[in-house]
Design a protein around this ligand. Structure first.
Ligand code: FAD
Length: 256
């Protein structure tokens, strides 16, 4: 990328532009690969849109558009829908209801087009949704995680990624019993993925995979056992995640 195209950003912030871009890409590109949506895929789409409607910390017109799409899906009583009909509901545009129509990565920019972008924004979106569920007082610890599991299973374009994620979900997702534990579950699984992918060809050399948050983002999250082995201080990690991914802390820079 040339310097003019690069959008400088702050690593201590989450960007609404990445979250809106994730919505655009998932709803208009990934889901679009199914011309007819039925069975478990339709269930996955319903759950995904439902958690977005409840927890996406969006600008009012984006929240209105998500509510309209959710209402439309609830009105569909058959066992299948056509993507073209779904897409038509995304299109309804007015000053007080719209969904973004393009991607503009900021915190998820890659140093080359093949790096980062949507997969980065998908993680960012779901971390944000788990934190929003806590912030809004949800009492359903499984809601956001199961929506992610279903979405990834039905629609996530990277199929090996989906298989890995399903394995982790099968192993322990059911044991998550509170919304705060859901935040920590997703954080620790994401770190497992980071550890597995560190040094792989898919890694952007400008954004090496680390166990996150590194000390420069949260020094109090880290500790050493008497043996000298690294350990996470989970209450500190939870507090950090709840601030980092909170609605109040989101940056609205670069939004059009
Ligand atoms: P990402 O890992 O995408 O992280 C995005 C941002 O989240 C980071 O910049 C950081 O700010 C923050 N973050 C990082 N770690 C954490 C954490 N533990 N908790 C909270 N926030 C964090 N790629 C593969 O090659 N193989 C796979 O099997 C694979 N599985 C995937 C499964 C899922 C469900 C998803 C969404 C993606 C998967 N990917 C996989 C893609 C891969 O994980 C990265 O998204 C991609 O390589 C881009 O990496 P990134 O540097 O932008 O950081």
């Amino acid at each position: 990328k040339t310097e003019e195209q690069w959008r400088p950003f702050n690593k201590t912030r989450v960007y609404m532009s990445d979250l809106e871009s994730a919505l655009h890409y998932s709803l208009r590109v990934e889901v679009a690969s199914h011309s007819v949506i039925n069975g478990t895929d339709l269930t996955a789409l319903r759950h995904y849109i439902s958690v977005l409607k409840k927890y996406f910390p969006g600008r009012p017109p984006v929240k209105n558009a998500l509510k309209a799409v959710n209402d439309w899906l609830q009105d569909q009583k058959g066992t299948s829908i056509n993507y073209s009909d779904f897409r038509a509901t995304l299109k309804t545009t007015s000053p007080d209801s719209y969904l973004p129509k393009a991607v503009r990565w900021v915190g998820c920019q890659g140093s080359k087009p093949q790096f980062r972008g949507f997969p980065c924004a998908m993680w960012t979106l779901f971390h944000t949704l788990t934190v929003q569920a806590v912030e809004t007082g949800s009492n359903d610890p499984q809601e956001v995680l199961q929506a992610m599991r279903r979405y990834v299973g039905s629609f996530f374009g990277c199929r090996p990624c989906a298989d890995h994620f399903q394995n982790m979900a099968d192993e322990s997702m059911d044991q998550v019993l509170s919304p705060s534990t859901a935040v920590l579950w997703l954080w620790s699984r994401h770190n497992r993925v980071n550890a597995r992918l560190a040094g792989e060809l898919s890694e952007d050399p400008h954004f090496p995979k680390v166990q996150w948050p590194p000390p420069d983002l949260c020094v109090s999250c880290h500790s050493l056992k008497p043996s000298g082995e690294h350990t996470w201080l989970l209450p500190e990690v939870l507090a950090f995640l709840k601030t980092y991914y909170s609605a109040q802390h989101l940056s609205h820079d670069y939004l059009s």
